[in-house]
Design a protein around this ligand. Sequence first.
Ligand code: ZN
Length: 270
Amino acid sequence: MSPDYSDITVERFDGIVRISHDRPEARNAESQRLLEELDDAVRRAGEDDSVRVVIVGAKGDHFSAGHDLKEAQRSRADFTVEQRWDYEISHYFDYALRLWDLPKPVIAQVQGACIAGGFMVANLCDMIVASDDAFFADPVLHSLGTAAVEILVHPWVMGLRQAKDMLFTGRRVPAQEALAMGMVNRVVSRAELESATLELAEQIARAPAFALRLTKRSLNRSFDMQGFRTALQAHFDTHQLSHGSEEFRRARDTGLSGAIQKGSETGKAT
Ligand code: ZN
């Protein structure tokens, strides 16, 4: 039995659970509640032996516009270094790593905007299926004056030069380009996104569960042996340093409210 969630939706199929961001009116901005619910649902799926594969998706036109900046402005603008570190290590870092460490495959199902915090969540999943209207971006260096998002997964999933291109410019990477980079596994039409992702999940779910678990463990460990986890932890602290900068303070006091306003006026993900 799933608890009553308000910001996500959980759907069950044979051997598969689909957990969807469900705040389409806010372009699925990841509020604190959404992240806590997502983590709760992911934990439950991890512990449930009847679940072989997890899909992390989204209802509406966009996967996610990123962390809920309006909420951040309201409730976390005056956080001390200590408070911000605590909040971000649990809600951003540990929650996303839980997807990576889940003892079963997790597939991100991505349409529309997949930005900043949303980019982080999708890329900590094991595979990504995107619709042809999907695009990926991490513009926070430009928009907020922070050193990327909290988890610097970028060079690991797209290569160093592409990561530099995307982060230095803040530009959007369309689904087809993400496919060519190797960041995305499959690109399908928007109409086929759900069925294609489910089909992939069903195919994976037919594998023997224990061997599948060991395979994921081994693949992830091959990244750990190259320093994946240590590099992510180091960047997390660097990211926190950038939150203490004058550039961030200026962006927070002026740019952030401007960015929020601009986003709501155009209805476009920023
Ligand atoms: Zn941060």
